[in-house]
Ligand binder design. Structure first.
Ligand SMILES: CC(C)(COP(=O)(O)OP(=O)(O)OC[C@H]1O[C@@H](n2cnc3c(N)ncnc32)[C@H](O)[C@@H]1OP(=O)(O)O)[C@@H](O)C(=O)NCCC(=O)NCCS
Length: 120
């Protein structure tokens, strides 16, 4: 059981990469990132400080995630593009099983497919 970090990534101190998690390429990750098992961060993502992924999170390429965001089990985040990254705001919470197609504002919880704001 191992995690894999492919090429040209910049991981800050304190990262915890659980079994079968992956960071692919050209990714920047801040302090104390936690990727629980089977989660991945794909190419060209930028992840802030103190971000947590529960198990089996699929974060596709060109997604930018703010500090202290939390992503629940099995959530899927659509890819952005180099010209227009998809943004997950600071302190946002993405519920388990959510499928995120559009930006999530800071300090907002979203659930469902398509992910929509919940209880804010
Ligand atoms: C989104 C979340 C933060 C909301 O937590 P909460 O405020 O305590 O919500 P509740 O459990 O009180 O649920 C409130 C309602 O939302 C629904 N709901 C909660 N989470 C949901 C989710 N992820 N997707 C769809 N509906 C959800 C509940 O069924 C409930 O519906 P009801 O009012 O019709 O009964 C939480 O449910 C969640 O998804 N957390 C992530 C859990 C996780 O991944 N843990 C990993 C541990 S390693």
């Amino acid at each position: 059981m191992s995690a894999e970090v492919l090429d040209t990534n910049d991981l800050h101190s304190g990262a915890i990469l659980c079994g079968f998690s992956s960071v692919t390429s050209n990714v920047r990750i801040g302090k104390f990132f936690h990727a629980n098992m089977y989660s991945y961060v794909a190419h060209d993502c930028v992840v802030g400080d103190y971000v947590t992924f529960a198990p089996n999170v699929h974060c596709n390429g060109n997604v930018h995630i703010g500090d202290h965001a939390y992503v629940g089990t099995g959530a899927i985040i659509k890819q952005g593009s180099a010209e227009k990254p998809l943004w997950i705001g600071e302190g946002a919470v993405i519920g388990m099983g959510a499928v995120v197609y559009t930006d999530v504002p800071p300090f907002t919880t979203v659930i469902g497919n398509p992910a929509r704001a919940f209880g804010n």
